[in-house]
Design a protein around this ligand. Structure first.
Ligand code: CP
Length: 313
């Protein structure tokens, strides 16, 4: 495999291979040898046309732990402001030696375009394209779920995951639905009608319009950020009303099932989709997700660029 563009391109076995490799690389790099020589001499370009904290920095950290060279490109402050195209930008960075490009872009399909256009030889990883997909986020979420529910192993049948909030604009939700279904989980999408995507009935998941209906029954409550930057209209009457109806507040936190966990891809809007009490509670796995982000991205870089664990010993 040369590219990672969508969870839909991965078989269940390939998903499990990535999760297992992430676990193995995490164990190795937490030991006395913090850095593996696997990708020495390879160059990874972080090509970011949208802001990011977790994804960009974790790809950078992952690449460095595998001894790759990293070039960070951010559209802000670049010649994109002078009108330079995606094609010219990508070809310029490939001329600097890129073996793999990690792209985040506000346009859905941008990663697919870069991979299939023939503009570059380098492999492409989708780090979030518009409202379409964010495959490495879903992989790190699955790793976090697997760690927290070891009794399920690689078969999430019987595990109930609620994905709550701004489903309409969420690439995280789309990638997670594909991955969680592949692993056998029961998924319920919870959103106000205005933030539930058209055609969601074909996604093969349950839907609900009231968080209070299901909060007590879920093993995983995955809260989504309200993506105000993608909203060109009013999708709910007020932030106060959204927080009251769909926010994970203290009262709902107390009603959560024993052993259940809270996830959020970040960045969090505290006080809107999640209260400080919930975000900082013992159920919260937000920082485990960040840690697993580095591990999953190490695995993706390692597998795409053909590293070999055996060769490192
Ligand atoms: N979860 C996520 O994609 O976060 P960033 O936007 O900070 O990368």
């Amino acid at each position: 495999m040369k590219n990672l563009l969508s969870i839909a391109d991965l078989s269940r076995d390939e998903i499990i291979t990535i999760l297992d490799t992430a676990g193995e690389l995490s164990r190795v790099t937490q030991g006395p040898v913090k850095k593996l020589p696997t990708l020495r001499g390879r160059t990874i370009v972080n090509l970011f046309f949208e802001d990011s904290t977790r994804t960009r920095l974790s790809f950078e950290s992952a690449a460095k732990k595998l001894s790759a060279d990293v070039i960070n490109f951010s559209a802000k402050g670049s010649s994109v402001s002078k009108g330079e195209s995606l094609k010219d930008t990508a070809q310029t960075l490939e001329a600097m030696g890129a073996d793999l490009m990690v792209i985040r872009h506000p346009a859905s399909g941008a990663a697919q375009l870069l991979a299939s256009s023939g503009w570059i030889e380098a492999g492409v990883v989708n780090a979030g394209d518009g409202t379409h997909e964010h495959p490495t986020q879903a992989l790190l979420d699955a790793l976090t779920i697997r760690e927290n529910f070891p009794e399920y192993g690689n078969d999430f049948t019987g595990l109930h995951v609620a994905i709550v909030g701004d489903i309409l604009h969420s690439r995280v939700a789309r990638s997670n639905v594909l991955l969680l279904k592949a692993m056998g989980a029961k998924v319920t999408l919870v959103a106000p009608p205005t933030l539930m995507p058209y055609g969601v009935g074909t996604w093969g998941v349950d839907t609900a319009y009231e968080l209070d209906q299901i909060i007590e029954h879920c093993d995983v409550v995955m809260m989504l950020r309200v993506q105000s930057e993608r909203m060109n209209g009013s999708f709910f009457p007020s932030e106060r009303e959204y927080a009251r109806e769909y926010g994970l507040n203290q009262e709902r936190l107390y009603r959560m099932k024993s052993g259940s966990i809270i996830m959020h891809p970040g960045p969090m809007n505290r006080g809107l989709e999640i209260s400080a009490e919930a975000a900082d509670s013992t159920r919260s796995r937000v920082l485990s997700q960040v840690k697993n982000g580095v591990n999953v991205r190490m695995a993706v870089l390692y597998l795409l660029l053909g590293g070999s664990i055996a060769g490192d010993n």
